[in-house]
Design a protein. Structure first.
Length: 456
């Protein structure tokens, strides 16, 4: 269901979130990020852990609350107070609570929330939790996403991912093979484009809030373009402008050739509904189309397949894909309280419990640990069984190398600034309308990105 998308509420409150970026900077304590945040004194008595999650849908929040309470009972004199905190109030609420010394002991949130909390000096590293569980069990790219200064700042819970979802029936009817390059993808989109019969070849949505950067970065990554170098952390968006402009131009060519004109302003709901209803042959999506099709058009389920967005040529392997995830972070307080919080998180990372959480949103959410993905709880889920080949494709070809824009080298608040503003979408929409060129669009995006990243 689109209303359940974990980032959906951010689109409604982009201006508010943009304001909290400044609020976080203003409210960060002296020496932020070095362990100077206010904490709670240890009175030696029973511990009541405050547990927050950004998942407000009852099925998801309910599962997490039940598990948290169950895990708390395994520690003596430890209990949990649970709260589901919507995205539109998360940042100011989190800053205010931590500054007052009563922030959440555990928070289940996206990587942007982790970046903000780490920058404010509000959380502690969790490498001990990772090592206790078994570092090799985690998908390495998800540990990389929340790494900074040689420390890990959150425990990966479940994975978001983006790939091309296509209609297998239309591919078969037209005799189309899975595209292995941009020319093949464009040719397939044109061949599948049939407006007279209500089917468009490939949706290229560019809604200003959130959707445009998610679409755009998929093409940038496919051509080896990153905001920051994943290894060195140096600003890299304009390292090879020709490649970035090439990616921009191809996205616009695909839009003009096979995407509805109105997709220039489409939100998630628009293209997901179009695909679920059979009106789009291909879309870039996180798998939310599965739940939507199950609700609105069950006959589509058997016709849904996935493949990674290819690079410019078959010989060039895409250097990453756009993705995201949910993570557990532990608030800074006192030694005994932090230990209790970490022990609770360790308990929640048991394979069956982790699998049960992802199964509240099957396919859209995938386990961030191999043990959870291999557990009977996960593999026994009906939707997981039905989409086993697609999940295998995602786990083998998407999850090993995914990035969140601005966080290619680890935690960085730039990701939140990109999501909270519309400069990427505004430029792409202008280019799609023919008001500026692909080169101008990229140059304008790059200039604003450098300003936000404080790069000269």
């Amino acid at each position: 269901m689109i209303r359940n998308h974990p980032r959906a509420r951010l689109a409604v409150t982009a201006a508010a979130v943009a304001g909290t970026v400044a609020l976080l900077a203003a409210c960060s304590p002296p020496g932020a990020g070095t362990g100077s945040s206010a904490g709670r004194a240890d009175d030696g008595g029973p511990i009541n852990l405050t547990f927050w999650t950004n998942l407000t849908v009852s099925t998801q929040a309910g599962a997490i609350q039940q598990q948290a309470e169950q895990c708390a009972t395994q520690q003596q004199d430890v209990s949990v107070t649970f709260e589901a905190v919507p995205f539109d109030s998360m940042y100011p609420k989190m800053v205010t609570a931590f500054k007052a010394g009563n922030g959440p002991d555990i928070m289940n949130t996206i990587e942007g929330g982790v970046a903000a909390a780490e920058a404010g000096g509000f959380i502690v590293p969790v490498d001990d939790v990772i090592d206790s569980h078994g570092k090799d069990d985690f998908i390495p790219s998800f540990l990389h996403a929340v790494g900074k200064d040689d420390q890990t700042w959150a425990v990966p819970d479940w994975a978001l991912h983006q790939e091309v979802w296509y209609r297998k029936d239309l591919f078969q009817a037209k005799g189309i093979e899975i595209p292995k390059s941009w020319p093949e993808l464009l040719a397939a989109a044109k061949q599948l484009d049939d407006p007279a019969n209500g089917v468009r070849g490939f949706a290229v949505p560019m809604g200003s809030a959130l959707v445009a950067p998610q679409t755009y970065y998929q093409f940038l990554y496919a051509n080896g373009v990153h905001t920051f170098d994943p290894q060195t952390g140096e600003y890299a968006l304009d390292r090879d402008p020709a490649k970035a402009i090439e990616a921009t131009q191809f996205m616009l060519d695909l839009y003009k050739a096979a995407s509805p004109p109105e997709s220039r302003t489409w939100s998630w709901n628009d293209f997901r509904t179009g695909y679920a209803q059979g009106k789009l042959a291909m879309v870039l999506d996180f798998g939310a189309v599965v739940g939507l099709a199950a609700e609105q058009n069950p006959s589509m389920i058997d016709n849904m397949g996935v493949f990674p967005l290819p690079g410019p040529t078959a010989e060039i392997k895409p250097q990453g894909s756009i993705g995201g995830g949910y993570f557990f972070m532990v608030g800074k307080s006192n030694e005994r309280r932090e230990k209790a919080a970490k022990t609770l998180v360790e308990c929640m990372m048991q394979p069956d419990l982790a699998a049960a959480r992802t199964n509240t949103r099957p396919v859209f959410a995938l386990p961030a640990t191999n043990s959870a993905a291999e557990s009977a709880t996960y593999t026994g889920n009906e939707t997981v069984r039905r989409f086993a080949p697609e999940i295998q494709t995602i786990r083998e070809n998407i999850l090993p190398e995914w990035y969140r824009y601005g966080m290619e080298a680890g935690l960085n608040q730039l990701a939140g600034q990109i999501e909270a503003t519309t400069f990427v979408g505004d430029q792409l929409q202008a280019a799609a309308a023919g008001n500026i060129t692909a080169e101008q669009a990229f140059n304008n995006i790059n200039a604003e990105m450098k300003r936000l990243a404080k790069v000269s």
